[in-house]
Design a protein around this ligand. Structure first.
Ligand SMILES: [Fe+2]
Ligand SMILES: [Fe+2]
Length: 165
């Protein structure tokens, strides 16, 4: 039997982070779908906003991949769920994005609990950036949902979006 490789983080946390790579890449694809939903309606700035969000999710996945590699874990890429562009409405699309962001926040909170329970301070430290990021992600998605639900014309609302189209 080969000697087990000693890694720097708890194996329980490593398992969860491994799964999170899939969740982040799933979010990447879901945001591509939302961006495309808007692009199909010529709402190019809304599309750009969600494509930019998609790029951030891929960056989140890679941040975890780099960390797992740095601490000596083997990384595998899981299958990611299909993402349809068939949303009922713009509000439906943005509401789903907000729901995912809330779910991801819970996933990181669960990982932080595991890290503390395992006395894994390296892992706990790594998770701080994501916990902070999720506060921002949930907050900005709440604002976009409020904007869409305000009933404003979505073409006019593009002037209020902070993104390069
Ligand atoms: Fe993310
Ligand atoms: Fe996100």
């Amino acid at each position: 039997m080969p000697k087990a490789v000693q890694t720097m983080i708890s194996s329980k946390l490593a398992q969860k982070l491994q799964e999170q790579v899939g969740h982040e890449l799933g979010a990447h694809q879901q945001y591509l779908a939302i961006g495309t939903y808007f692009a199909q309606q010529n709402l190019d700035k809304w599309a750009a906003l969600f494509y930019q969000q998609a790029a951030e999710e891929k960056e989140h996945a890679m941040k975890i991949v780099r960390f797992l590699t740095d601490v000596g874990e083997v990384v595998h890429f899981p299958a990611i769920p299909a993402a349809s562009t068939g949303f009922k409405s713009a509000a439906d699309a943005v509401a789903q994005a907000l729901k995912w962001e809330r779910t991801v926040t819970e996933q990181f909170q669960t990982m932080a609990k595991i890290a503390l329970a395992e006395g894994d301070y390296v892992g706990f430290q790594f998770l701080q950036w994501f916990l902070e990021e999720q506060v921002e992600e949930v907050s900005s998605m709440e604002k976009y949902l409020a904007l869409v639900e305000s009933g404003i014309n979505l073409f006019q609302a593009e002037a209020l979006l902070e993104v390069e189209a």
